[in-house]
Design a protein around this ligand. Structure first.
Ligand code: GLN
Length: 490
């Protein structure tokens, strides 16, 4: 039996019943990673020995946790005690954290097994994983294309069957967009639903950790395990966490749906536009109340995000000064050391964001940029929340186009446009999930984004589950391209 193809929920069930050993599952993942990751490049670090010993421990337990034997990959901006955490940056290349992020503690407490740390755009800034300081990750569906970003390593690992599930982080779309590019499910939870403690900060008012999985079911289970109040994150919400998995199949009331009207649908590739129309057909068979909404402030979301996120980043990244963490450039005196460390330690996109953010926050420009962006954020949030009073879900394409080729987007603005559909939910703090909703003629996956009210993840999962069943997306292509390329090379 090919354990790597087992769904997370099925695998956990077998391990908990004692029918399959976690150790055997982990061993099959290790050999598959060895076989394909040379091509895919999903991992920056793997911890096979540690994973095997964790698995043996789980096998020996009488009472096994809710994620017993689940093989999980972690985006390398989430700190793991004793495991190198680079954030995709030279500046943290040799940083070994002394503690686990809350999400890691929670995964371990449920007997999940951490298999490795995945590649990302440096400090989660980007949409293709090409901004990693180490190497780009490739899309398992087509190795000449990007997996999306910034959680591209996590998405590729799940799609190429190199993990059952992964954690990513989403500041402006970094879970949802790579999930769409790789044909998997990705959730950005409501801001405050999942603790950020131990997530290396990019833009703190936007950052959320989210699961990336092969199915809605798996996503619901992993979310239940990682969500919930954490006194170490002052922005985490003090609300109970439902058992999302068991609620999945309970009957929901008929949903009211909104699709985006023409004016909010700019720059779509013809394939995405066609797919979005097909999804409307399918949804209209499931739901009777469907409307088309125009969001006048939707087009403000992208420029607003690209002021707010870099502003927060410029402040968050000030801590990398060569004194406290990781890399330090040799220099004769302190100011020179700061300068050399930051010049050599950060890549060009990170420097661009620090410059943009510092400029937007500087006295004289603050009113014109940051304060205006903050007001725009309020307008966008009010508009989305008002719409979500009238409808239960807003359905949008997850991305304006399918996965693009490596090296194709040299212009930063072209890269930023990737986030056209995802940033609004980030600014408003509402939850959003991306589920696979079709393939292009060339066989590239497309994603559908579903947005809902704050803390309504349970309803979101239910509806996504219903749609997943109707869309009948075939995920049996996972990893085939990677394996095919390997065979041709040999
Ligand atoms: N692509 C967006 C950016 O570059 C989003 C990144 C993210 O969500 N971490 O900022």
């Amino acid at each position: 039996m090919k354990y790597i193809e087992l769904g997370l929920t099925e695998a956990v069930d077998l391990v908990r019943k004692g029918q399959v050993k976690a150790e055997e599952i982990v061993a099959s993942f290790i050999s598959h990673i060895e076989a394909v990751d040379r091509e895919v490049g999903a991992y920056l670090t793997t911890v096979p020995e540690q994973a095997l010993s964790q698995a043996r421990e789980v096998d020996g337990k009488k009472h096994k946790g809710r994620l017993a034997g689940a093989v999980v990959a972690i985006k390398d901006n989430i700190v793991t005690r004793g495991i190198r955490t680079t954030c995709g940056s030279r500046i943290l290349e040799n940083f070994i954290p002394p503690y686990d992020a809350t999400v890691i503690e929670r995964l371990k407490a449920e007997d999940a097994i951490i298999i490795g740390k995945t590649n990302l755009d440096e400090f989660a800034m980007g949409s293709s994983t090409e901004n990693s300081a180490f190497f780009p990750t490739r899309n398992p569906w087509d190795l000449d294309r990007v997996p999306g970003g910034s959680s591209g390593g996590s998405a590729a690992a799940v799609a190429a069957l190199e993990a059952m599930a992964a954690l990513g982080s989403d500041t402006g779309g970094s879970v949802r967009q790579p999930a769409a590019f790789c044909g998997i499910v990705g959730l950005k939870p409501t801001y405050g639903r999942v603790s950020r403690y131990g997530l290396i900060a990019f833009a703190s008012s936007l950052d959320q950790i989210g699961p990336m999985t092969r199915s809605v079911k798996d996503c619901a289970l992993v979310t239940s395990a990682i969500a919930g109040f954490d006194p170490r994150d002052s922005t985490s919400a003090e609300l109970p966490v439902p058992d999302y998995l068991s609620e999945l199949e309970s009957p929901g009331r008929p949903a009211r749906i909104a699709f985006l009207g023409e004016s909010s649908l700019q720059g779509l590739s013809p394939e995405v536009a066609e797919n979005y129309r097909q999804v409307q057909q399918i949804v209209s068979n499931l739901c009777s109340e469907i409307t088309f909404l125009d969001f006048p402030s939707w087009e403000m979301a992208l420029p607003c995000y690209y002021i707010i996120a870099p502003s927060e980043a410029s402040s968050n990244l000030a801590r990398y000064d060569g004194v406290r963490y990781g890399f330090r450039a040799p220099a004769a005196e302190l100011a020179e050391m700061y300068q050399k460390t930051r010049t050599a330690g950060f890549g060009s996109e990170v420097k661009r964001r620090i410059l943009l953010g510092t400029f937007a926050l500087s006295s004289g420009y603050y009113e014109a940029y940051y304060a205006r962006a903050a007001r725009a954020r309020q307008a966008i949030t009010a508009e989305l929340k008002a719409a979500l009073e009238k409808v239960d879900f807003i359905l949008t394409p997850a991305t304006p186009e399918p996965a693009f080729r490596l090296g194709e987007k040299q212009d930063p603005i072209a890269m930023y446009l990737q986030d056209y559909f995802t940033v609004a939910a980030s600014l408003a703090g509402i939850p959003g999930i991306s589920i696979p909703c079709g393939l292009t003629a060339a066989g590239l996956p497309l994603g559908l984004q579903i947005l809902s009210r704050p803390f309504s993840e349970s309803e979101l999962f239910k509806f996504a589950f219903l749609l997943e069943n109707s869309l009948k997306f075939k995920n049996n292509m996972y990893g085939i391209k990677a394996r095919g390329r390997r065979k041709n090379e040999n």
